[in-house]
Design a protein around this ligand. Structure first.
Ligand SMILES: [Zn+2]
Length: 238
């Protein structure tokens, strides 16, 4: 039998699967299966189940050993509670010295850290394997996180209603949800996009494969229906 994957590994793998899906154009569930197989499991659900089984069981007698919300969860740049000299790098999945965070990584540090914090805050409370994290724990990337927040505020000010609507669709389990996820990760996507034509032109030249472009059309139709239902929007696309 395979070694039980840690909850952190499952969580990391889940992110890797989304990235893999984005990079290769395969569906997220296919990417998840591939990653599960690379760890020696038949498919993703077996892998995830084994990860849940690996969670430390609550002490059967006497005092509970776990914090109420599971083990400490470290996000990118968080200081190690047991060793203040080192900080967690989520990209490398290890605790490194401050120098480590001067090295360039695939994802800029501030962006990764802020995204992780936001994702953590959005996580459903019943997903206990994500563990607990104190409010504002020491994090070596704090200045980068603040800078990223400012950059995000500037981007936010320029976003179109479609882009804002699409962001709300990220958790959906359908092609629109997958598209939304990919678009929101794509910092080059024209977030001020005002027409379907403009969005299609970008996707067609970029990572958009045919089903992404199809999902985009479906998303736009749905957005328009919602928008015309709720407000006097300035969207011109038919
Ligand atoms: Zn690293």
């Amino acid at each position: 039998m395979q070694a039980s994957p840690s909850p952190a590994l499952i969580e990391q793998s889940r992110r890797n699967a989304k990235r893999l899906a984005k990079q290769t154009g395969i569906r997220i569930y296919q990417a998840q299966d591939q990653i599960a197989q690379s760890h020696g499991f038949g498919n993703w659900s077996q892998f995830a189940k084994a990860g849940n089984a690996a969670k430390p069981a609550p002490a059967s007698t006497s005092t509970p050993v776990l914090a109420p919300h599971g083990p400490r969860r470290y996000l990118h740049g968080d200081q190690d509670e047991g060793n203040p000299a080192v900080y967690y790098c989520a990209e490398c999945d290890f605790f490194g010295l401050p120098d480590h965070f001067l090295e360039r990584h695939r994802v800029p540090h501030g962006a990764r850290a802020l995204a992780a914090i936001e994702r953590f805050q959005r996580s459903p409370s019943d997903y206990t394997s994500i563990g607990h994290r104190p409010e504002n724990p020491p994090n070596i990337l704090q200045p980068d996180i603040e800078a990223e927040k400012l950059a995000g505020a500037a981007r936010e000010a320029n976003r179109s209603p479609f882009h804002r609507w699409l962001e709300q669709q990220r958790e959906r389990d359908d092609p629109v949800g997958d598209l939304a996820y990919d678009v929101m990760r794509d910092k080059k996507f024209p977030s001020g996009v005002r027409s379907l034509k403009e969005a299609k032109a970008y996707l067609g030249n970029g990572w958009g494969r045919r089903d992404a472009v199809r999902a985009l059309s479906a998303a736009w139709r749905e957005f328009e229906a919602v928008a015309s239902h709720t407000a006097q929007t300035a969207v011109q696309q038919r």
